[in-house]
Design a protein around this ligand. Sequence first.
Ligand code: ATP
Ligand code: SF4
Ligand code: MG
Length: 318
Amino acid sequence: MYQSMTTPLIEMRDIYKSFPGHRRGSPIQALRGVSLSLQRGETLAIIGESGCGKTTLGHIMARMSAPDRGQILFDGIDVTRPRRRQRNALRRKIQMVLQDSGAAFNPFWRVGSALRAPLKIIRHANPTQRAQEVLEAVGLPLSVMHQFPQELSGGQRQRLNIARALTIAPELLIADEPTSALDVSVQARIIQLLADLNTQHHLSMVVITHNLATVPYLTRTVAIMYLGRIVEWGASDDVLYAPRHPYTRLLIDSLPGRRGRRAAPPMGEVPSPVHPPPGCAFHPRCVRAQSICREIMPELSGASLSPRREACHFPLDG
Ligand SMILES: Nc1ncnc2c1ncn2[C@@H]1O[C@H](COP(=O)(O)OP(=O)(O)OP(=O)(O)O)[C@@H](O)[C@H]1O
Ligand code: SF4
Ligand SMILES: [Mg+2]
């Protein structure tokens, strides 16, 4: 089928996902109408506080779980409810490095065997050669092939997680908090590695993180999430240096080590995703809130493909 240059690699339309609540209580509304798209070769960061739905969105994007509502297109083809063959094909095209993937490797398998296993499943012509290629791509010495995963450092293990995701040459890599378990100095090198994979191998990438300090170095576009919705979207530089949504402003001002301009504001409590506040879910924490904010949920401004969008009745000047 002919695909135009502008067909996104992946597109998500109005995605909803809930989980059963505690003791037959109300459900947890993890995603409440998320729409986004990513062009081939592009990079997107998904940012927000703990519990805002980042991992849930990543799992649905990687087609590891199904949305309750909404539509997902990959390369212009509807893959919302894939049949088995389509699902297997998608598993090769989309790979996710999972959050807390420290224990992802079988401790009884040497690294080489672990990397070759998925290649054997797809009957790759030369699994050993491919395993060496990906180790090189992530900057690990070939000698790790003979080691056990627990013999590697935290940074090396995360490189290995990325290597494993790359073995079967995915078109889209989703990395969920790829640096959160690592020392600061190691974090920077992993960020550099991911950036290199994008520029050198044109790998399309979604990086999920709560650490917005790393984003300008890593991704071209950023999506800020709050309680299951995207509240601001745009080029990373624009959003991080001139935010329009008060929540983005709050996140930036509370970055540790930010000097000067203003004192770090109190972050306040994130409301429960079981009963998100009506209207703009951010209103209980927002210094700009007016009565309309408590009643009417602001939609993302602009057309769905516009480069800069925010969901706020009274956006900042940026
Ligand atoms: N399998 C599940 N069963 C029940 N509730 C879940 C499940 N997965 C996620 N949730 C809930 O859905 C909400 C969103 O969770 P999610 O893990 O997507 O957030 P997150 O943004 O990735 O958070 P973190 O930064 O802590 O990783 C949370 O309230 C979480 O408790
Ligand atoms: S809509 Fe209102 S409450 Fe929500 S962020 Fe904008 S000003 Fe604040
Ligand atoms: Mg998460």
